[in-house]
Design a protein around this ligand. Structure first.
Ligand code: DX5
Ligand code: ZN
Length: 255
């Protein structure tokens, strides 16, 4: 991540990271480089993924969120390793963020890493007691490690995992589908995480996912989010560049 821009936690304007080269997974994910917009490919036109990624690149987006669902952990089936392999080969300069909403995350960490994932996030509700070891395993194979909680799961459930996480994903909707409304109470967990991060002297990024749009994006950044996953609000009517620019504008006077 470029050193040029930074999130300054004082009262100054938040800076939107527009186009700085995507982070490479050497070393920890760093804060202080602006608020990242991470489009969720689930909302893209699957018949034209290459076109969607060209438009994202033209909109200076380099962070791409891939929702992997197994029909068990959540009631939906989406994409697997072959999709990542193809798009990573076609556009290697993206930062591929893989969100595993599956019951057996450990079994798929290596295949997604080999296919080009730069960040792999799994759910504590799926990994349970294996969570800390799985975070360590993900880092050991050279990928950024992420852990996520569903709306009803308290932050306390992942407190012991935080030292091993490069990123924490707060689900702001019940995982399983795009196009849902953000649950406002989930932003309290973002505020709680900001305090915990400072209290523990850690530097993980805080990501939110679900229902992010021109109204809720600024609320999430004001609560402390560093990375905003956005599906419907980016790919709506396939007006990708306009939608990204509107979202960036909505964030430019927060904090
Ligand atoms: C939901 C997924 C989200 C979703 C976001 O389970 O994890 O990434 O695709 O889509 P929107 O932004 O439309 O809520
Ligand atoms: Zn997601």
């Amino acid at each position: 991540m470029g050193k040029a821009t930074s999130i300054n936690h004082s009262k100054k304007k938040a800076h939107v990271n527009n186009g700085a080269k995507a982070p490479r997974p050497e070393g920890a994910l760093r804060r202080g480089v602006g608020v990242h917009i991470a489009p969720s490919l689930l909302a893209a036109d699957f018949a034209d993924l290459r076109g969607a990624m060209r438009s994202l690149k033209a909109a200076s987006i380099r962070w791409l969120h891939l929702d992997v669902m197994d029909g068990h952990f959540v009631q939906n089936l989406t994409m697997g390793v072959p999709v990542l392999k193809s798009i990573a080969a076609d556009s290697p300069d993206f930062y591929f963020d893989v969100h595993l909403m599956i019951e057996q995350p450990r079994a798929f960490v290596r295949p997604f890493a080999d296919a080009g994932a730069k960040l792999i996030t799994f759910h504590v509700e799926a990994a349970g007691d294996d969570s800390i070891n799985l975070l360590k395993h993900i880092r050991r194979i050279g990928v950024h490690s992420g852990i996520s909680v569903r709306p009803k799961t308290p932050v306390s459930a992942i407190r012991d995992c935080l030292p091993y996480a490069d990123l924490v994903l707060i689900m702001t909707v019940e995982p399983g589908f795009g196009g849902q409304k953000l649950l406002p109470e989930t932003l309290n967990k973002v505020r709680e995480l900001v305090h915990l991060r400072d209290e523990l002297g850690l530097s993980f990024l805080i990501q939110v996912d679900g229902g992010i749009n021109l109204d809720t994006g600024p609320l999430a950044v004001a609560a402390g989010a560093d990375v905003l996953v956005a599906g419907t609000s980016v790919f709506h009517e396939n007006r990708i560049r306009q939608n990204v620019s509107s979202l960036r504008k909505s964030l430019s006077n927060i904090r």
